[in-house]
Every structure is written in C-alpha cells, then in structure tokens.
Ligand binder design. Structure first.
Ligand SMILES: Nc1nc2c(c(=O)[nH]1)N[C@H]1C(S)=C(S)[C@@H](COP(=O)(O)OP(=O)(O)OC[C@H]3O[C@@H](n4cnc5c(=O)[nH]c(N)nc54)[C@H](O)[C@@H]3O)O[C@H]1N2
Ligand SMILES: Nc1nc2c(c(=O)[nH]1)N[C@H]1C(S)=C(S)[C@@H](COP(=O)(O)OP(=O)(O)OC[C@H]3O[C@@H](n4cnc5c(=O)[nH]c(N)nc54)[C@H](O)[C@@H]3O)O[C@H]1N2
Ligand SMILES: [Mo]
Length: 657
C-alpha cells in the first residue's frame, strides 16, 4: 500500500485535513495570480518537476509560471522558497530564497507558531470555527508541557535561520493573502509526517484555508495541479474487480497467516524478516514470506534504498522476474527478463492534462514490437494461460484483444461524458487522434468547507481540521504523537546525530533531465550532463576546497552503507554540508578488480553514481512506514584509485555454453 512519492503525506493528511491532499486538485493558478500576495514554496521545485506528469501533459502550468515571473518582477507577488538548496524555480522566477538546515523545518514552523501566539497574529475565529485541538497543541509551543518554549532562539540553533529572520518570516506569513505550496521531498525523511501536519497547523492559524489564493496546497508541482479543470470524465483502466466465478485466493488481508498488503517501502524488510509484526497506521502488519517477485513497469534497483541490504534480500529470493523495456540494473538482478515493448509499439488511450482533464488521446502504434518484445497485456495474457490454460486466459482477457479493450474503455468514458461533453464514436476518435474538452474552470481548494463546515465537513473524524488527533494519540506511537512534534533524526547534518562521522547531508531529489531512471540509458543524452561519464554530484565550494576537489574531478562518496563514484560539480546553489545526486542514476557496481561480475558482492563500488547505494532503508514512523531516503549522511573525497569503467549501460553479458 502507498507509494514512494507521498508515502508519509498520504497517510497523515487524511487525519488532519480529511483527504490525502497530495493527489487532490489545487486552487487554480489564475486565482492565485489574482489574489495572492505571498507564495511560500516549501521544499518545492515546480519548474523542474512539472516537466513530466502522470499522463500526457498540456504543460499549461508553465504559462502560469511565466505570468508569476512577471508579477514577481513587478513586485506584485512575493515568492519565498524555503529549501536547503537554491531551486530551478527560484532561479527562473528571480524570487527569494530562505536557506534552512536539512530536515529541520518543524522547529522553524514551531517558532513561527510561537511568534504568532506571542504577537496575537493568529486567526482565533478561524481556529475556533474550523479546527479542533489547538488547546492541546498550545502548551507544547509555549513549553508548558515539555519545558522547552519553541521560541525563534530555540529553533535557530537547530534550523540555522537567525531569530530575527524567523520573526520577519512569521510577520510576512500573517500579512496579506498567503498561499503555502508544499513539495513532497520534505516528507521522504524520518518523521516525514510532521512537517506536513505542522504546515497545515500554520495555515489554520493564518486562517486563509478556503479563500482564493490563500491556505495550503500539497501538489502544485505535480501533473498540472492548479490548471483550471474541465470536469470531464477520463477513460478508466482495466477493471480491478474480479470477474464472476473467479476465486479470490487470499481474502481479507490474509496471505498464509501473514498480511497480503504491506506498506510498499517495507518490501525488503519483509523478505529479510518474514513473520515479523510491525505497526502501520493504527493496525498491525505481519510480513509475508516472499519467495518470488515479478516486477513490471518499475525499476526496484532504482527506487528502493540501500543497495547492499537489497543484495542480502535478493540472495534469499527463489525467483525474480522482470518485465522491462530497457536493460536496467534490475534486469541484472533477475532470473528471468521478459522484454516489454514500448508505448510506440502498441495501441493505447490516455487523457492529456491529468488533473485538468483537457482531452482524450489516441496513442497509435507506430511500429510493430521489435525483436522478441511483447506488450505488457500480451505478456500477462500468456501468464494467465500458463497458470490455468485457455480458461484462465479468457477470464483475464475477457475474450477481448487490445483494440477491443480500448474501444470498451473509450465507450465507458463516452457514456460518462454524454450529458456535458459529447464524444464521437470510437472509430471517428481513433481516426481523428483526439477529443478536446475545451478550457477548464477556476476552483478554490476547501472553499465549500469554509463556506459551511457543517454541511461540507472534511473527511476527518470530527469533520474539522485536526490540530490534535485523538485517533493518532490513541495509537500511542513514540514517533508520531497526538500533535505535530519535533523529533531528532537518526542521521542529521549541521550538528545532528552522526554528523561527526559523516558530516554531509546527501539529498537525492528528482532529476531535472530524466523521469527517475528513465532516459538514463541514452548515452547521447547522458553526455549533456555527466562528468567523465559519471552522474554529477553537486557540491559546495568551501567543502570542496577542504577536500582538495575541483569541478570535473571524480569523487568517492561513502558512508557505512556503501560507496559510489560520481563527478564533482561545484555550485553556488549548494550550502556547506549539503550535496545532491539526483535519483535515477543507473546502479553500476564493480568488484575490487573493476569487473562487472564482482559488482554482485555486498559492498561493491558503484562506478556511475546511484544515490540509493548510500540511502537509509527505514520507515518514516509507525504511522506511515514510508520511504526515508532523505535521512542520509555521507562524506566524500577525491578518488585516488584506478578509475573503473562504468558497468551499467552495456547490456547483458553473454555466456557461451
Ligand atoms: N533516493 C531516492 N529514491 C527515490 C526517490 C527519491 O526522491 N530519492 N523517489 C521515489 C519516487 S517518488 C518514485 S515515484 C520512485 C520511482 O521509481 P520507479 O518507478 O521504479 O522509476 P522509473 O525509473 O520510472 O522506473 C520505471 C521502469 O519502467 C520501465 N518501463 C517503461 N515503459 C514500460 C512499459 O511500457 N512496460 C514495462 N513493463 N516497463 C516499462 C522503464 O524502463 C523503467 O525501468 O523512486 C523512489 N525512490
Ligand atoms: N523532471 C522530473 N520531474 C518529476 C519527476 C522526475 O523524475 N523528473 N518525478 C515526478 C515524481 S514521481 C514525483 S514523486 C515528484 C517529486 O516531487 P518532490 O518530491 O517535491 O521533488 P524534489 O525535486 O525531489 O524535491 C523538491 C525540493 O525539496 C527540497 N528539500 C529536500 N529536503 C528538504 C528539507 O528537509 N527541507 C526543505 N525545506 N526542503 C527540502 C529539495 O532541495 C528540492 O528543491 O516529481 C515529479 N516530477
Ligand atoms: Mo514519485
């Protein structure tokens, strides 16, 4: 259950705001451009991350960002980015940057709350009318409950922002119309639930939730959220329900006495410790004994943390199957690789403009599947046949081929849109190539709730914003309490735990020039950003000087979990103690002798620069048990050894029998 993107956010926010929020439509950009005085981009880089989306993009967001840039230049909207790193968005907008020590947003937020309470700049009426539990939270901020007042002076020591600056930002956030825009990176760390909860509390104290251009959003950097939407229905996917007569083998979350559903980022734990019982979101999960895995349309040797721990787990698996379009690292760690064809080699339909539902696209096959590749549909159809003969195959396909399915899904969508968006018959659509639903309409997030919280309650237990959650408090977790709390991390730079041994925070944020590991395969494209053929590692000048490193050097980045080679790029965007290697760099381990075969050993050196060689594989907390990739300390040095060739990109090794 869950995902790596918003694993902590999507579990905590339903308790606080009544929906996952991360995947919800946000207030429309035209309204933000009209009404907002200050935008706080918190851990957020939309100009980089809106390049790709869940579906085919319209990229209308970039038009709105261009208008925002104009408003910033004219001094009409102030944009403040709170981030350890100067982002691409901030450079594009020419907006302000507030540096913060990594993983310390909660102390900063608590100090802002402290200021608002002290100066009485909080919206008491909104807090009383729309939220629950402020009085349980208040003694924590003042220090009455734990003896620590969350003052700017207290927070400053942890987050690295001066008390004066904290006061200044608290004042800015309580003047005029303020839209807080949270990115997702900040919740991919230990206790990643907390900054999301605390940001919702700040927005509640400011009192603008539900107003055009005010309040908080958790998705304006993703899939065109905020582009006015048409409201048209999109074509569905394969129905997930079982056909009549099919037997559900393991009903009610029971897989041979263990859980049949586990938090997604905990699958390596499950392989390593079958039978172990963990807490997750108020219930218990018992890890199943996983013996075989089938991967399709994802790259586990990209997305999961701690490669050496993964090797341990993979040694235990009896059979690994990978269905892929590219010869990725995951293929090298599989027993059987089934070549899938690309979207260019099959027919499909998609919407364009994910959240704005702008139209439907016919994705026509351009060439027949190359070599021995097959479409995923064909591969799974054959699985069904091999598992249960023609009968099982027919139950899987329901007697429909690729085109019959597309027509079925299209007609479903056409029926749903009959009243408001008339669509042509399937054959006309397929010939024309698309159906356009036209321009969308403006929307204000949480407006209905603001208008009448009794008629339009939130989906929380109380129907109100929960500053204190009785439900979470009852779980009695030590790492996720009844209200937002600052908790120290197991690894934290800038004076935190582990920083004496490994003083540098590694951030592995989403790549500017890839979608995760996709497109890393292209040598021609890779050469536009690599350094001596390695993935770039962005570093600070003073840190580099201390280590005798200059741009273009090959460096070894390491901690107790692993080691990799990368190419140094000194950049003024990175403060001392912070480096970035973007996720999605293809894992390319080599042995001590530089050989590819030696790369299967635990502890092998990664010759290209996959940051998940170094990241930590723990759950965010007992609540979400999500990915904590950004709780990660490392050190680095100039690489002095013999530089091995990059091992990850040249396909399988052929063994002659
Ligand atoms: N350190 C660190 N780790 C992270 C993150 C991070 O920020 N830092 N981010 C996390 C997040 S948010 C995400 S979403 C994940 C992403 O992790 P993944 O989703 O695993 O990443 P992709 O590289 O997009 O993997 C998709 C794979 O599908 C293959 N593919 C493409 N088309 C087809 C097709 O038609 N059929 C089949 N069968 N295969 C196809 C591609 O070749 C590719 O290998 O990574 C997570 N991991
Ligand atoms: N080009 C491109 N776009 C993408 C993707 C891609 O792979 N490539 N992936 C898509 C997917 S699947 C997802 S999930 C989203 C990811 O969306 P996000 O997770 O929001 O994106 P990131 O770029 O990883 O991180 C955003 C910012 O968070 C900052 N940050 C990191 N840690 C902290 C912290 O402790 N405090 C603060 N204040 N800031 C911090 C980083 O410096 C970075 O500028 O992007 C989507 N868009
Ligand atoms: Mo993601």
């Amino acid at each position: 259950m869950g995902d790596y993107s918003t694993g902590a956010g999507q579990v905590i926010l339903p308790y606080i705001l009544g929906s996952t929020e991360v995947y919800a439509q946000g207030t429309s950009w035209p309204l933000i451009l009209e009404h907002t005085d200050t935008i706080i981009m918190w851990s957020n880089d939309p100009y980089k991350n809106l390049q790709v989306g869940w579906n085919s993009e319209t990229h209308q967001s970039f038009g709105y960002l261009a208008q925002l840039k104009e408003k910033v230049e004219q001094g009409k909207i102030r944009v403040i980015s709170i981030d350890p790193v100067v982002s691409k968005t901030q450079k594009y907008l020419g907006s302000e940057h507030q540096y913060i020590n990594p993983q310390t947003d909660v102390p900063f937020m608590l100090a802002i709350a402290h200021e608002m309470i002290k100066n009485n700049t909080l919206d008491k009426q909104f807090i009383d009318g729309y939220s629950l539990g402020f009085n349980e939270f208040l003694p924590y901020v003042t220090g009455e409950s734990d003896g620590v007042a969350k003052t700017p002076e207290w927070a400053s020591e942890i987050c690295g922002i001066s008390p004066e600056k904290i006061r200044e930002i608290a004042a800015i956030m309580t003047k005029g119309r303020v839209q807080i825009m949270m990115g997702w990176c900040i919740q991919r760390q230990q206790h990643g639930e907390q900054p999301y909860w605390m940001a919702a509390v700040l927005a509640t104290m400011i009192g603008q939730i539900g107003l055009p251009g005010g309040g908080i959003s958790y998705g304006h950097h993703y899939s065109g959220i905020g582009v006015p939407a048409t409201g048209a229905a999109a074509p569905g996917a394969f129905p997930r329900n079982l056909d009549e007569g099919m037997v559900q083998l393991y009903p009610s979350n029971d897989f041979k006495g263990a859980s049949s559903v586990i938090p997604v980022a905990r699958w390596i734990d499950s392989i390593l410790e079958p039978g172990k019982v963990i807490d997750a979101n108020g219930s218990k999960v018992k890890y199943p004994d996983i013996k075989m895995m089938v991967f399709s349309g994802n790259n586990p040797w990209n997305h999961h943390q701690d490669r050496n721990r993964m090797k341990e787990a993979f040694h235990k698996l009896k059979c690994i199957v990978n269905i892929e379009t590219n010869w990725t690292a995951a293929c090298r760690f599989s027993d059987i690789v089934l070549p899938a064809c690309t979207t260019f080699e099959r027919n499909d339909i998609d919407i364009y403009g994910a959240y704005c539902a702008r139209g439907v696209l016919a994705m026509q096959k351009m060439v027949e599947p190359l070599y021995e590749s097959l479409s995923d549909f064909e591969i799974f159809t054959r699985f069904a046949y091999h598992l249960g003969g023609r009968d099982a195959e027919k139950r899987y396909t329901r007697g429909m081929d690729e085109m019959a399915w597309l027509e079925f899904l299209y007609n479903d969508c056409r029926d749903a849109n009959k009243a408001k968006f008339p669509m042509p018959d399937f054959n006309t659509f397929w010939k024309d190539g698309y159906v356009d639903f036209g321009e969308g309409h403006n929307f204000v997030r949480h407006a209905a709730f603001r208008e009448d919280p009794e008629i339009n309650p939130l989906g929380t237990p109380s129907g109100l914003i929960e500053i204190f959650s009785r439900k979470i408090a009852h779980y009695n977790y030590d790492d996720c309490k009844g209200h937002p709390t600052w908790m120290e991390k197991v690894e934290r730079s800038h004076g935190g735990p582990g920083s004496k041994q490994h003083p540098i925070w590694l951030q592995s944020c989403h790549p500017d020039k890839r979608l995760h590991s996709q497109m890393c395969e292209s040598q021609e494209f890779r050469e536009t950003y690599t350094v001596q053929g390695r993935e770039p590692c962005y570093i600070n000048a003073a840190d580099a000087k201390k280590r005798g490193i200059k741009s273009g050097d090959i460096i070894r980045v390491f901690n107790d979990r692993g080691q990799l080679l990368a190419g140094a790029v000194i950049s003024a965007d990175f403060p001392e103690g912070v480096i970035r290697i973007q996720e999605g760099a293809w894992y390319s381990p080599v042995g001590k002798d530089g050989s590819k075969q030696g790369g299967y050993e635990i502890g092998a050196l990664d010759s290209y620069g996959d940051p998940n060689t170094l990241t930590l594989d723990i759950g965010t907390s007992k609540l979400a048990q999500a990915c904590s990739a950004y709780t990660c300390l490392v050190d680095y040095e100039k690489y002095q050894g013999k530089v091995p060739a990059v091992s990850g990109f040249d396909g399988p090794i052929e063994i002659k029998l």
